[in-house]
Design a protein around this ligand. Structure first.
Ligand SMILES: *[C@@H]1O[C@H](CO)[C@@H](O)[C@H](O)[C@H]1NC(C)=O
Ligand SMILES: *[C@@H]1O[C@H](CO)[C@@H](O)[C@H](O)[C@H]1NC(C)=O
Ligand SMILES: CC(=O)N[C@H]1CO[C@H](CO)[C@@H](O)[C@@H]1O
Length: 727
């Protein structure tokens, strides 16, 4: 329909006014060939950036989108996050940070396009990869394979989103900004691993998606087996060597990793701007016509939305930092790159490159048409500068760099010559010396109210359904008066094996110890000597989840919690196995039950004040109130003096804090030159993986803001301060 509209516009000039009115509601379709996408029949090099709407606030969106536009983006790309939209079956939420339609309309108002990655599997370092936890417990469910219950659920959600977009007229042929959509996500490797059921599932979801008739192309990333008419796209740190799976497809790079995420316990990865710009120039000189920065703004994993062991910050070393401020020099350097590419666009779109090799490690791509010429000069040497001769002129190229000459003469840009300031953002204290109150959790006992008694140890998420990070495993051991250790003082040792992710062991209400895992190894084992007394002893294990896995074949089947064995060694009988005895289970904390995380719940509770306030005590809730600091700089909490837990302000979940988990890794200075990997450039070693926690301005009232912190390990709240982010 759209192309008919365009043809008429060209052929019947006299009717133009009338027809262009008619064209407002029926715009041209999005098409493509092996060279590029075409919108309204016009070829484009499309520059895209990922911004995930739940990772910032609606109040931040206009500015983020504005800065994307200033940075030279054409497209904003986002996933759709099923688990925030359907927290329980059939109950939908599209409010506030989850207002997808509002986000897309704001992008449209700024004149940008949208790539909507519906998934609904998103991975994204997001809790459970974006699937609602309840989905796992539906009858006969198996994720991401040829499984009827899964396919019915997936189709229902995808259709719901597509219908919503259609009824809001958001697809491009309807006059909206959505020019492409993605189904599934990086399914290629899973299909390869699981074989026939994966192949059948791929055929099913491709057909299902096409049947929804969205009027714009469907993308499948990292999946060479993408059936017609799906477009297979590349994800990675470099994609210049990528070949589309079919000859009629444009060369697309859906995830160019601008940096990397941080796991708790890991060092802070960063990717030098020189290398990121180099990877983009290299992609475009090799026929690339669509690329996307993953992420352009990473933002924050508020509340409990992080995937397994992922920090609350999702900064990603993206061009816009977690707070939405330009991450210099990266933001500016890429903005300059985009200008150079746009200047070269006429030549890039009208021709294929001629490639020559003037010297070792040197490469020249020339795009030449009747009316335009653009050249890319590359030096791949990782150590030395090159003097590259091109059309009898010398060009000086730093190591590992590409120069762009939009007119085949003037170097307007080199990927390693940064023309921008490099000042890093700073955190400046604005409010400290807050006055705190405290509330102590108590250690529950087997047989308390609201405990379930079962034989043996049970998987954690099956019991909590992820409504809380916390599950108590409670049991008792009876010590006979004849036990030898009562006289020898050679205490028995307790061993507890857990599938993860962190564990606090209490014996007779006293903390015996804490252990925690990591992204590489979520499983933990606790071993400690224990001073048991004659008679009944309480064993209370507080198992803590730190986000659910988001990636891996059948990651939905990974276990959490104490699955044993749990043993006592050094008794008269030798080893006593507690694994199969009777255990009681208690979901969540007392404070959670009392809703201390809300303004209403926390004001109804009795808090200790003044000298009674508990310091450095495990399992303690803290509360304070404060007035919003002046100004409009972004704010964060400096949690350096705390261990591990969760934070809320005015009923909003700030996230999990864990400054007690320090960054391990090799933080040697990294050189931008040479192939980048996520382990190459690391910072913060020996410091907390995350010290500062974003508190969006829009969550604050002028006065009387209620901040609540739950501290698991014990910390000093008096040293918590509010800081502002300044660049
Ligand atoms: C660009 O695409 C053309 C046409 O498919 C192909 O012949 C050529 O080898 C490609 N060049 C590069 C550098 O990838
Ligand atoms: C969940 O727990 C129930 C018992 O409460 C058990 O019957 C079921 O098999 C468990 N399911 C999974 C997936 O672990
Ligand atoms: C599906 C998948 O794993 N995609 C990931 C590619 O890498 C980025 C960076 O970590 C992830 O966030 C994507 O979700």
């Amino acid at each position: 329909m759209g192309s008919v509209c365009k043809m008429l516009r060209i052929n019947i000039l006299a009717w133009m006014v009338f027809l262009s009115l008619a064209c407002v509601s029926v715009r041209a379709t999005v098409s493509y060939d092996e060279k590029s996408f075409m919108i309204n029949g016009v070829r484009k090099i499309l520059i895209s950036g990922s911004i995930h709407y739940p990772r910032s606030t609606p109040e931040m969106w206009p500015e983020l989108i504005q800065k994307s536009e200033e940075g030279g983006l054409d497209i904003i790309e986002t996933y759709v996050f099923w688990n925030v939209h359907e927290p329980s079956p059939g109950k939908f939420n599209f409010e506030g940070r989850f207002d997808l339609v509002k986000f897309i309309k704001l992008v449209q108002q700024a004149g940008l396009y949208v790539h909507l990655r519906i998934g609904p599997y998103v991975c994204a370092e997001w809790n459970f990869g974006g699937f609602p936890v309840w989905l796992k417990y539906e009858q006969g469910m198996e994720f991401r394979t040829d499984n009827k219950p899964f396919e019915v659920a997936m189709e229902g959600f995808v259709k719901k989103i597509v219908d919503m977009m259609k009824s809001e007229k958001l697809f491009e042929p309807q006059g909206g900004p959505i020019i492409m959509a993605q189904i599934e996500n990086e399914y290629g490797p899973v299909e390869w691993e699981i074989g026939a059921p994966g192949v059948a599932y791929t055929a099913w979801f491709a057909k299902m998606a096409v049947g929804l008739d969205i009027g714009v192309p469907w993308i499948m990333c990292k999946q060479e087996t993408a059936p017609e008419p799906m477009i297979d796209a590349c994800n990675g740190f470099y994609c210049d060597g990528f070949k589309p799976s079919k000859p009629n497809k444009p060369k697309m790079w859906t995830e160019n990793w601008s940096g990397w995420y941080t796991p708790y316990g890991g060092a802070l990865p960063y990717r030098p701007a020189e290398d990121l710009a180099f990877s983009v120039a290299k992609f475009v000189q090799n026929n690339g016509s669509f690329f996307n920065y993953y992420m352009y703004h990473g933002g924050t994993n508020f509340g409990r939305s992080s995937g397994l062991f992922v920090t609350t910050s999702y900064d990603f070393d993206a061009p816009l930092d977690e707070y939405g401020l330009p991450n210099e020099p990266k933001w500016g350097h890429l903005t300059d790159l985009h200008k150079a590419l746009k200047q070269s666009e006429p030549a890039l779109l009208a021709s294929y490159p001629t490639v020559t090799w003037p010297a070792t490690n040197q490469e020249v791509h020339v795009f030449k048409s009747d009316s335009a010429c653009a050249a890319f000069l590359a030096n791949y040497d990782t150590k030395d500068w090159a003097k590259l001769m091109f059309q009898n002129f010398p060009y000086d190229l730093p190591p590992w760099s590409i120069s762009i000459l939009p007119d085949c003469k003037t170097e307007v840009y080199n990927t390693a010559k940064i023309q921008r300031k490099t000042d890093k953002g700073k955190m400046i204290p604005v409010l400290s010396g807050l006055s705190w109150q405290s509330y102590n959790e108590y250690v529950p006992s087997a047989g308390d109210d609201e405990t379930y008694v079962m034989e043996g140890l049970w998987e954690q998420v099956n019991i909590t359904k992820d409504y809380s990070d916390y599950l108590w495993y409670l049991t008792e051991v009876v010590i006979d008066p004849n036990e030898g250790f009562l006289k020898s003082g050679q205490w028995p040792s307790l061993t507890v094996m857990s599938a993860g992710h962190a564990l606090n062991v209490f014996v007779n209400d006293k903390l015996l110890g804490t252990v925690y895992g990591s992204l590489e190894k979520p499983q933990v084992t606790f071993t400690g000597n224990v001073n048991l007394k004659e008679g009944v002893n309480k064993i209370s294990l507080l198992s803590v989840s730190v986000g659910l896995a988001n990636v891996g074949v059948h990651y939905e089947k990974w276990n959490v919690g104490v699955l044993g064995p749990v043993t006592l060694n050094g008794l008269n009988e030798g080893t006593r196995d507690l694994t199969k005895q009777s255990w009681s289970f208690k979901v969540g904390l007392i404070g959670e039950k009392l809703n201390l995380d809300t303004v209403a719940g926390s004001s109804a509770a009795q808090w200790a004040q003044g000298l009674q306030v508990s310091l450095k005590q495990p399992l303690t809730w803290y509360k304070t109130t404060f007035d919003a600091p002046n100004g409009n700089e972004p704010l964060a909490l400096d949690m350096y003096s705390m261990g591990k837990g969760e934070m809320w302000i005015n009923d909003e979940g700030i996230g999990r804090h864990w400054p007690g988990n320090t960054a391990k890794g090799n933080c040697n200075n990294c050189n931008y030159a040479g192939t980048f990997t996520e382990k190459k450039c690391l910072g913060q070693c020996g410091q907390p993986s995350q010290r500062w926690y974003h508190v969006p301005r829009s969550w604050l009232k002028p006065t009387g803001n209620v901040l609540v912190v739950f501290e698991e390990w014990g910390g000093d709240p008096n040293r918590i301060s509010l800081v502002k982010r300044v660049v």
